[in-house]
Design a protein around this ligand. Structure first.
Ligand code: SF4
Length: 409
């Protein structure tokens, strides 16, 4: 009797489970022994249904989720996007990134075997990645280069002193000798003292002019043949735009060159000319490189900031816009009627200058005489007796150097 009753319930449940369209429930039923107490069976069935429901929900969620893009090279894992918007796995991204820089170096003959090369190192992401990648490529492709790190200490407490600590760690991490030149030693002023005197207006003009000369002087002390800087594609596009906005034809004509200052004592090159800032950030992040990412405490440069924002907006819509701006800058042809500055040397310090005194000497004279505005803009200074219509082009490469944010010369 008992058996019959159980069997009856058994079959009823069987039907009801089937009707509920829960396939797993049906399997549970079949997997159980035929004779089962009702309470036990109902309890187990309820538990199983809950568990199976959860599993089923998870599986459905998983199947709804779109599968990540496969790597363009090895078709395995999803990873960062490259500039051609193809997805790469991390390993392939490193390979493509490094290979692209190697191609730029080879195609533009940036280095010759046996050369001594100083890497402008600020501790920021660009110069840190440059130091890392150049030392890797130098080893891998036998460039035969003697690499050095060259840093400038502007004397900005709470900013440069901290970033220099990063460079000192990089010196040990990459095994590259480091040379630091300071504004205090070269000019007798730190940026902290200059800002105290002139305030936060035009401080970057002083800093940019002094830095350019300081880098050249440091390079001369290291007796290097070339200086490599971490300017990336975004920086160059920004500079093209700024030079157009300011109508600075002289700088516009040379700001896109991958090697500059060939007529000067020590040429400079930009191996990251075609590398997006985004790629450099991703490379530094994935490789866990040790870099410093705080902005300068005296960084007010709103004008450059607007140009940067504009380029970032364009990049969001069309990433190639950055390379197209560089291409446009390269294709500019300067009219033969445009008067270009003539290069000479500074009568005071011997540095290249198109004026009687180089910009650094004019600015320094102003500071020492307590007239800091002497060399700013079209002020009355020692260069006024020179012919009109020529623009200062010597040390005043402030527009060509990255002035704010993560500073990389
Ligand atoms: Fe110098 Fe750059 Fe700071 Fe301006 S923002 S003071 S250029 S380090």
């Amino acid at each position: 009797m008992k058996q019959n009753k159980l069997y009856f319930i058994f079959s009823k449940l069987h039907i009801s489970i089937k009707k509920k369209k829960n396939p797993k429930g049906w399997f549970l039923f079949n997997s159980q022994p035929n004779y089962i107490y009702v309470e036990d069976f109902q309890k187990r069935r309820a538990e199983t249904i809950v568990l199976e429901k959860l599993k089923w929900k998870k599986a459905r969620r998983r199947s709804r989720r779109r599968p990540g893009p496969a790597c363009a090279v090895t078709a395995i894992r999803e990873g960062p996007l490259s500039k051609d918007l193809k997805p790469y796995s991390r390993e392939c991204f490193y390979e493509v990134f490094e290979e692209e820089i190697h191609q730029v170096i080879v195609e533009n003959q940036l280095f010759k075997p046996g050369e001594r090369v100083a890497i402008g190192a600020s501790g920021g992401k660009d110069s840190t990645v440059l130091a890392y990648v150049l030392s890797e490529l130098n080893r891998r492709h036998n460039y035969g280069l003697d690499l050095f790190l060259l840093s400038v200490d502007e004397g900005i407490t709470g900013y440069r002193d901290d970033s220099l600590e990063t460079v000192k760690r990089n010196e040990i991490q990459y095994g590259l000798p480091l040379k630091i030149v300071s504004y205090k030693d070269l000019y007798g002023w730190t940026m902290d003292e200059i800002v105290k005197m002139i305030g936060l207006k035009n401080n970057c003009t002083f800093c940019g002019v002094f830095r350019r000369q300081a880098l050249d002087r440091g390079a001369a002390l290291l007796k290097v043949d070339k200086v490599a800087t971490g300017h990336n594609a975004d920086d160059i596009a920004e500079t093209v735009l700024l030079n157009i906005l300011r109508g600075d034809i002289a700088r516009l004509s040379r700001c896109t060159s991958i090697v500059t200052g060939e007529d000067g004592p020590i040429p400079r090159c930009k191996p990251f000319k075609y590398t997006y800032e985004k790629e450099i950030v991703m490379y530094a992040y994935f490789k866990r490189l040790d870099y410093f990412s705080t902005e300068c405490i005296y960084s007010p440069n709103a004008y450059r900031g607007f140009a940067r924002e504009f380029i970032k907006d364009l990049e969001r819509i069309r990433p190639r816009a950055i390379l197209d701006i560089i291409q446009s800058g390269e294709d500019f042809r300067i009219s033969t009627f445009t008067k270009m500055p003539e290069q000479g040397t500074c009568e005071r310090c011997g540095y290249i200058s198109s004026q009687k005194w180089c910009k650094a000497c004019v600015l320094l004279e102003g500071l020492n005489r307590g007239l800091p505005k002497l060399g700013i803009g079209r002020s009355r200074g020692p260069n006024n007796d020179r012919k009109k219509g020529t623009k200062e082009t010597n040390g005043a490469k402030s527009i060509e150097s990255k002035q704010c944010g993560t500073l990389d010369f």
